[in-house]
Design a protein around this ligand. Structure first.
Ligand SMILES: C[S@@+](CC[C@H](N)C(=O)[O-])C[C@H]1O[C@@H](n2cnc3c(N)ncnc32)[C@H](O)[C@@H]1O
Length: 292
């Protein structure tokens, strides 16, 4: 039974329309966004959710407009039912991801995107995952393509510790290389090594683009693919990708002149974040130009 249906008669019509129907089941924890108008009803909402999902151990609320940590992308969460421990293990696409939802970013809604990217990877690629969180993209790729090598960077020490644990849990040691550090400093050290760079940080990825392009393989057959995440506003359709594409091209041509050409391989809306505002991904094929 759906939550809104189960709450009929418990919340009035006005409260029911305010209640956002989406929530995430992560391992044995539910995270639900609850608007201010119905926040006082959080306990009854949690009890009702628990009746629908009796195996759930903890239910936590993210108040609408809750603070999101600018750097680590974690959200304020408040346990409203069950025990306070927000550490759980989530199963996705044959992988296990251990996370503590108080301290690390994790979204099960990115599962399609993780699989989409993983399916593009060829068997012996070297990859850099610049904002890897607890290692989800990296671990999925390592499981699907065990001969790859994936440098997996995150600045959050909690994410790094969980990433190391997840690498062991999923038996991909040696394929995924967890790195604790700032992406710009770590990318500096990885010049010319990568076939593919994954940049899942929509608000800020653009400022790391020159370093990501520099990290792609050099030489005659150099270049590679950058999965570039950005925020775009407007109507759904191909034009939604024009502004981020032009931004990426401008940034790369300012840094490298016409020695690199940027082609759009695929563009996709990852999720809607506000009316007519979207997180988008652009798969950019970066080609090194040869001049005689
Ligand atoms: C949106 S999350 C990435 C989620 C992850 N790719 C996944 O699939 O779960 C962004 C991550 O980037 C990390 N981050 C933010 N700024 C960073 C930086 N300058 N260098 C490295 N990591 C950074 C945050 O700690 C956070 O874990």
């Amino acid at each position: 039974m759906k939550l809104k249906e189960a709450l009929k008669g418990v919340l009035d019509e006005n409260e029911l329309t305010k209640l956002i129907k989406s929530y995430d089941l992560i391992g044995d924890v539910i995270i639900i966004r609850i608007p201010y108008e119905v926040y006082s009803k959080r306990e009854i909402i949690a009890e009702t959710l628990h009746k629908i999902y009796p195996r759930v151990r903890t239910i936590a609320a993210v108040p609408l407009y809750a603070h999101t940590d600018e750097l680590y992308r974690t959200r304020d969460v408040q346990v409203i039912w069950g025990d306070e421990n927000l550490e759980t293990t989530h199963r996705e696409s044959g992988c296990s991801f251990k996370v503590d939802l108080k301290h690390v970013f994790f979204s099960p809604r990115l599962s399609y995107e993780r699989m989409r990217v993983a399916q593009k990877v060829l068997p012996t690629e070297t990859i850099i995952n610049t904002f890897s969180g607890v290692g989800c993209f990296s671990i999925l790729i390592a499981k699907m393509q065990p001969q790859t090598k994936i440098y997996s960077i995150d600045v959050n020490p909690y994410a790094y510790e969980y990433m190391k644990e997840n690498v062991a849990l999923n038996k991909v040691k040696g394929t995924v290389i967890p790195i604790l550090g700032d992406a710009s400093e770590e990318l500096e050290k990885l010049e010319g090594v990568a076939d593919r760079v994954i940049m899942p940080l929509p608000e800020h990825a653009h400022s790391f683009l020159p370093l990501a392009a520099r990290a792609l393989k050099s030489g005659e057959r150099g270049g590679g693919v950058i999965h570039y995440y950005d925020v775009s506003a407007g109507r759904k359709g191909d034009t939604l990708f024009n502004v981020p594409l032009e931004r990426a091209r401008d940034i790369i041509s300012s840094a490298f002149g016409n020695s690199l050409r940027v082609e759009l391989e695929e563009g996709r809306i990852v999720r809607s974040v506000a009316p007519r505002r979207y997180h988008v991904v652009l798969d950019l094929h970066v080609v090194r130009m040869r001049f005689s």
